[in-house]
Design a protein around this ligand. Structure first.
Ligand code: ADP
Length: 816
């Protein structure tokens, strides 16, 4: 390497090997000297001109470097101060004077004595390039101190003041914490511009490293901050949980949950899904809303009976015994149910056998379903569908909804705890639909054996097998059941109870049941047969026995009070005592009007809560032929009234009625219980009879009731609900019920008690009706002239008595 140096006179100086340090000319250095050889060198220097050669040793680990282990270039320094310390060490303050090179090592003991020559660096000549280099280096330095802020301000000022490339390089190198090998290279560079270039490169590299370091440290800091925050919060949570007595750790929770999932032995697809959810849960911050949603989802899924079931025990004898034990009568219903069970026994996989129990409220539909479940040894769950309007009631809400839940079917299975319970879908006819979808179509999916193998609830979000579930449905009115559902059902009809049946049910079932429920023994409380009869007649009016049961419960409650006060009390409930316990009678003797009256007829109506009497009144007044229809009559009933009038007009002379009565008189037809809507065609014969009676002024027999649609030509057409209607007639003390001849086969269905007390008159034409219902046969008119002076029939003289019937729970009366 050619060097622009001028060899001067050589001189010898004690040398001090620096470990990891490089001295620069103009630099003030302070360091501790501990090595014996170094102390000796110092002592020697102090004794002469206080000059010492400071040179870096090549290898940091070398404790006693000789001439070959030190760099060639070092700096001759002036010792400014030494401080001796108690531990034999010396603190040295020295100032770098100029560069020198080792020519040879004169001796190594007791210290290194080196023969040196001063190296002169090339003189600096200011150029634009060197000026630019200076500025560039200064800006780098500025950048450097931004990242490395421990640099005292006077050094910064020194950097700004230096105008010589070489000096600036030395100054910066002296004041930066660089690797000593890098510093040594700068020291060895004698060309000022190249020296500064080298330095700037080192500086640039250093800045990059520092920037990277800062980035890494920032990230690490953030991480630590985050970890610390989390740690802090977790510690807090743990403290809170411990305070609350819940000391499970979240990890523990997740592990427990996974163990539970595995233990539940779900089908593979479902297990995989839940484990995935569990993993998601572990990643969520504990206590977050989403975490709790997932947690309750997993809980719900695990609570479902994926593979828990009860064993079916279809034993017809046992089933019959249970049905008979719990229910009086209902022979045909029980028979049908046993048939269905028999089929199930022979062919367990038979599909589509969904029983639908149809009947008025309180006739035992729910309790029959309960008994079937018991007979089969299945769990029983009732799902009420009354008022369900939303599809999601059946199939659940997606989990994205706040407060989402599984649908009623899944909820029922959860409640049952087995996957083959008997689920009673109660009041299937009371379902509605709205803009959010039709629940009946969702229900179709539930009931359809082809689809329910993989029933999909939106909340559970995976298929559940419903094919083992036995579904039973109930309805009050079969006609209200959505058509597609109806098609899939095996309808079993339960009719209203007769008085006698109610009596037996009360005496044999309801009273013992209620006594037991209230903790009363039969010895303490007796209800006499007469009281039961009175209870049925005067305190309830219903197709079933629900109110009757309620009244019996009320009696038990009242008596319970007495028994608490007096342990030995014994109560016998007689008809008189009833008044004391339940207050005055709610219903008077239901018997229809006791007198034959003009214009008042006993119609019969059918409602979803049973049959009932539908009295119809007709008044004829002088007028202009107006027809007035009141009593909340529906369109069909209004039309049927008009048909009745036209029909009478066609046979006016045969009935002895003036042929132009429809222009001279106003006819007012009214059905009492005006606020209750009524509709249907089955009051046709009743209206025709009442109009004829009013026009002819002939009273109608009070013990006759009738039902039947009428046509213009006077034919009587069949109607529905005969069983219920005849029951109502029987209850009201009617002796004769006029029915359409086409309904004669329905008489088979009618209860024998009713048949014993009521005489049925099948008719084909209105003339037969009039013959039976009117107290006398109308005298046909000989000629128009004779008929003319006929007195205007007036409103009946006897005050109109409406039979005291109270429609119980129905909203509309439908004479069909
Ligand atoms: P529904 O479901 O038809 O409205 P429930 O099954 O709720 O009627 O019956 C009401 C009450 O009447 C129940 O306590 C039930 O046990 C009782 N009940 C109804 N019919 C009978 C019957 N034939 N024998 C014994 N108890 C009956």
């Amino acid at each position: 390497m050619s060097r622009n140096t001028e060899l001067q006179n050589t001189f010898t100086l004690p040398a001090l090997a620096l470990r990891g340090l490089v001295m620069f000319p103009g630099m003030l250095l302070q360091f501790d000297v501990g090595r014996k050889k170094s102390v000796e060198a110092l002592e020697s220097a102090m004794q002469s001109d206080q000059l010492i050669f400071l040179v870096a040793q090549k290898n940091l680990g070398d404790n006693d470097p000789d001439g070959s282990q030190i760099y060639k270039t070092g700096v001759v320094a002036k010792i400014r101060q030494i401080i001796r310390r108690s531990d034999e060490g010396i603190r040295l303050f020295a100032e770098g004077l100029y560069r020198a090179e080792v020519i040879s090592v004169a001796k190594t003991e007791p210290y290194l004595l080196t023969e040196l020559c001063r190296v002169e660096t090339a003189p600096y000549r200011k150029t634009t390039r060197s000026e630019a280099l200076i500025r560039y280096t200064q800006s780098l330095f500025e950048e450097y101190i931004q990242n490395y802020s421990h640099i005292p301000p006077d050094i910064v000022i020194g950097v700004i003041q230096k105008k010589d490339c070489g000096e600036l390089a030395d100054y910066i190198a002296a004041n930066l914490s660089l690797d000593y090998t890098e510093k040594q290279k700068i020291l060895e560079e004698l060309n000022p511009v190249r020296r500064l270039q080298k330095l700037s490169m080192v500086l640039k590299k250093e800045i990059q490293i520092l920037a990277l370091e800062a980035k890494i440290s920032q990230r690490a800091k953030e991480q630590i901050d985050e970890n610390q925050k989390e740690y802090f919060l977790r510690e807090q949570m743990r403290a809170i949980s411990e305070e609350l007595g819940e000391n499970d750790s979240p990890q523990q929770d997740a592990d427990d949950l996974k163990a539970r999932i595995k233990k539940a032995k779900l089908p593979p697809l479902q297990e995989e899904k839940l484990l995935k959810e569990c993993d998601r849960l572990m990643k969520m911050p504990e206590g977050s809303h989403e975490a709790s949603v997932i947690e309750s989802y997993i809980d719900t899924c695990l609570e479902l009976p994926w593979n828990k079931s009860t064993k079916d025990r279809i034993n017809l004898k046992r089933a019959k015994r249970i049905l008979d034990r719990d229910h009086y009568g209902l022979t045909k219903v029980k028979e049908r149910i046993l048939e269905v069970l028999a089929v199930r026994k022979l062919s367990p996989d038979i599909s589509g056998q969904i029983i639908c129990l149809v009947g008025p409220p309180g006739v035992g539909k729910t309790s029959i379903a309960h008994s079937i479940a018991e007979a089969l040894g299945r769990k029983y769950v009732r799902v009420s569908l009354g008022g369900v309007r939303d599809e999601s009631d059946i199939v659940g809400h997606r989990r994205t909804y706040i407060g989402s839940m599984p649908g009623r079917i899944i909820a029922a299975l959860k409640q049952a705890g087995t996957n083959n319970p008997l689920i009673l879908l109660d009041e299937i006819d009371k379902m509605g639909s709205n803009f959010r979808g039709d629940p009946s179509s969702a229900l179709l999916e539930v009931l359809d054996p082809d689809q329910n193998k993989s029933f999909y609830d939106h909340y559970i979000d995976m298929p559940f097998d419903l094919s083992n579930v036995m579904f039973l449905t109930t309805a009050n009115d079969a006609s209200e059941i959505p058509e597609p559902l109806y098609d899939r059902m095996d309808v079993i009809t339960l009719g209203s109870y007769t008085h006698e049946e109610k009596y037996h049910i009360a005496a044999e079932h309801l009273i013992p049941k209620q006594l037991k429920k209230h903790g009363i023994t039969p010895k303490m409380l007796k209800i006499t047969p007469a009281a039961i009869h009175k209870l049925i007649d005067a305190y309830t009016r219903e197709a079933g026995v629900r109110n009757l049961e309620r009244q019996i419960a009320a009696i038990c409650r009242k008596c319970a009070k007495v028994f608490v006060e007096d342990k030995n009390a014994k109560i016998t409930v007689t008809p008189e005592k009833l008044r004391e316990l339940l207050g005055p009678e709610k219903y008077k003797d239901e018997t229809a009007n006791k007198h034959d009256m003009v214009g008042l007829v006993n119609g019969l109506a059918w409602t979803s809560v049973g049959g009932m009497m539908l009295p119809i009144e007709v008044a004829v007044m002088d007028g202009t032929g107006k027809i007035e229809l009141t009593g909340s009559l529906g369109d069909v009933m209004k039309e049927s009234a008009k048909t009745a009038i036209s029909c009478i007009r066609t046979r006016a002379s045969a009935l002895g009625i003036s042929h132009d009565f429809y222009t001279k008189y106003d006819i007012h037809i009214h059905a009492p219980e005006g606020a209750v809507p009524k509709d249907g065609p089955s009051a046709g014969t009743a209206m025709a009879t009442a109009i004829t009676s009013a026009l002819c002024n002939i009273p109608i027999r009070h013990d006759v009731a009738m039902t039947g649609e009428i046509t213009l030509l006077g034919r009587v057409l069949p109607i529905g609900g005969l069983k219920e209607k005849s029951m109502a007639a029987y209850r009201n003390g009617i002796k004769t019920v006029i029915i359409p001849a086409d309904n004669e086969p329905d008489l088979e269905e009618i209860d024998s008690v009713v048949k014993d007390h009521v005489h049925f008159e099948p008719v084909e034409r209105i003339d037969q009706v009039l013959k039976i219902a009117l107290t006398r046969v109308p005298t046909p008119m000989c000629s128009e002239k004779e008929a003319e002076p006929r007195t205007v029939p007036t409103v009946p003289k006897v005050p109109v008595q409406t039979p005291e019937h109270k429609p119980t729970e129905q909203s509309s009366v439908i004479p069909q």
